[in-house]
Design a protein around this ligand. Structure first.
Ligand code: ADP
Length: 441
């Protein structure tokens, strides 16, 4: 300010003095007025340059650096720089925030007070079949035409979520979505979507499983209750009583087997994977298969030809009880489903790539191709009555599948209706080693 007043004073005083020198009072007045004009003209020019620079958004260094205009330009430049930094920081935070919502496994759509889409992440776009760019500012009610959503959206009660079909849903591959609206701000709404197909499927499987178990237990229980009532109410002779008690024992045994298979399955699902530390010899596994196979065949009174080949001198790593249960299940099935006169061949073979193959081949009724992929489902039976007659629970192959998966092995089923079936398990090379006793000299 001092410099400004001084410069104005000098701009007036020097010409005034010069004018006085030439023409006294008149010259002094003329010189002072001319000096003041010149000062104001220069000042105006400097001000105009600063204003033009500000209007352009202050892209370069200030055009004026000295004096009041210079200071004003400098201060304006600093304020603008600080504002730019703040804007950049806010934009960066917004981008981070949007990137985080993009990464969300759930769909997120921001709706304005009129229900128009302001923003949506890719997941929501996929779930709801919308285009985040093209459908910007479109009414969500026009884009999502599912009647359940329309009703939910119009009801205004968003305390619960609504379940709708995805647009990509097909009868063979249904996709279920949960959508939930959350009001926020001034009339705005946040729409969250979640793919619940897996949860729904798990729930259906759980319900089916409980229904199957209940059914399986109810049948022998009903028979048992009937026999108990008969024993209580009818005067039976000793022979009849014995026959009824034997039938009751059979039903109780059936329930026992079912509960035991259920426990085995739940143990397989809940326990950690078997390690590589425990080794069981293939010969021992085969010996136990033979013992059980012959016992079952004897109990069922079937005259079958059972052949158990001598196993190679190798050992298998894993849980010996699980492995034994899986192998015996295959042998037991072959024995149970092959009629009298049929034959069953069981063999261990080492493959060229170091894997080991356990095969059970029978000359039983065989299985039609449409059933094969479903055999390892719990309670899936091709022939219900034959399974029950022979003491089957419908869980045997489900147990085999679990054991096979837990040991990194592979189950193969090959069957021709009327000609018999071949069930085989291939164990990976890294779970096999030469028998320690056989390797010793
Ligand atoms: P189950 O206790 O009924 O035998 P599994 O899970 O062991 O249950 O087998 C499922 C179904 O697969 C059986 O009900 C049967 O219909 C069929 N199956 C299994 N093994 C054989 C086989 N060796 N020959 C013919 N059918 C078989």
């Amino acid at each position: 300010m001092f410099w400004r007043i001084t410069s104005l004073f000098l701009c007036i005083a020097i010409p005034a003095f010069g004018g006085w020198w030439f023409a006294r009072e008149i010259g002094a007045l003329g010189g002072a007025i001319a000096g003041a004009f010149a000062w104001f003209a220069i000042d105006l020019l400097r001000g105009a340059r600063v204003v033009r620079w500000l209007r352009a958004g202050a892209p370069t260094e200030p055009p004026v650096t000295a004096g009041l205009w210079g200071e004003a330009a400098d201060r304006a430049r600093r304020i603008l720089r600080a504002r730019d930094q703040q804007l950049n920081e806010s934009a960066r935070r917004l981008q981070d925030f949007l990137a985080a919502i993009q990464a969300s496994p759930n769909g997120v759509v921001l709706l304005d007070a009129q229900g128009r889409i302001e923003w949506s992440n890719e997941t929501a776009a996929q779930h709801l079949g919308i285009d985040p760019e093209r459908d910007m500012l479109q009414l969500i009610g026009n884009l999502l035409r599912d009647p359940v959503f329309t009703h939910y959206y119009a009801s205004g009660d968003y305390s619960q979520e609504a379940v709708i079909q995805s647009r990509d849903s097909t009868p063979s591959r249904p996709i279920k979505l949960s959508v939930h609206l959350h009001p926020y701000g001034e009339g705005r709404r946040l729409l969250l979507s979640r793919d619940i197909t897996g949860i729904e499927q798990a729930e259906v499987m759980r319900r089916d499983f409980v229904a199957n178990v209940s059914h399986e237990i109810r049948t022998p229980l009903t028979v048992l209750t009937g026999f108990v009532e008969t024993l209580q109410t009818l005067p039976l002779d000793e022979q009849e009583r014995k026959r009824y008690l034997a039938l009751m024992a059979q039903q109780a045994h059936r329930m026992q087997t079912l509960v035991s298979d259920l426990l085995t399955l739940s143990r397989l699902e809940g326990s950690p994977l078997p390690g590589q530390g425990d080794w069981t010899s293939l010969q021992l596994l085969m010996a136990q298969c033979e013992e059980e196979g012959r016992a079952i065949s004897g109990v069922l009174g079937k005259k079958q030809e059972l052949r158990f080949e001598h196993a190679p001198a190798f050992e298998l790593a894993g849980s010996s009880s699980e492995l034994q249960s899986a192998l015996t299940n295959l042998v037991s099935n072959a024995v149970r489903y092959t009629p009298t006169g049929g034959s069953i061949d069981v063999a261990w073979k080492m493959l060229a790539d170091g894997r080991a193959d356990f095969t059970v081949r029978d000359t039983g009724p065989g299985i039609a191709p449409e059933h094969i992929s479903r055999l390892t489902e719990r309670f899936y039976r091709v022939d219900r009555s034959r399974s029950r007659e022979t003491g089957g629970t419908g869980l045997g192959l489900a147990i085999v599948k679990h054991v096979v998966q837990r040991h990194g092995a592979e189950l193969k089923i090959d069957s021709t209706p009327g000609a018999g079936s071949t069930f085989s398990i291939q164990f990976p090379a890294n779970r096999l080693r030469k028998s320690v006793s056989a390797a010793r000299p």
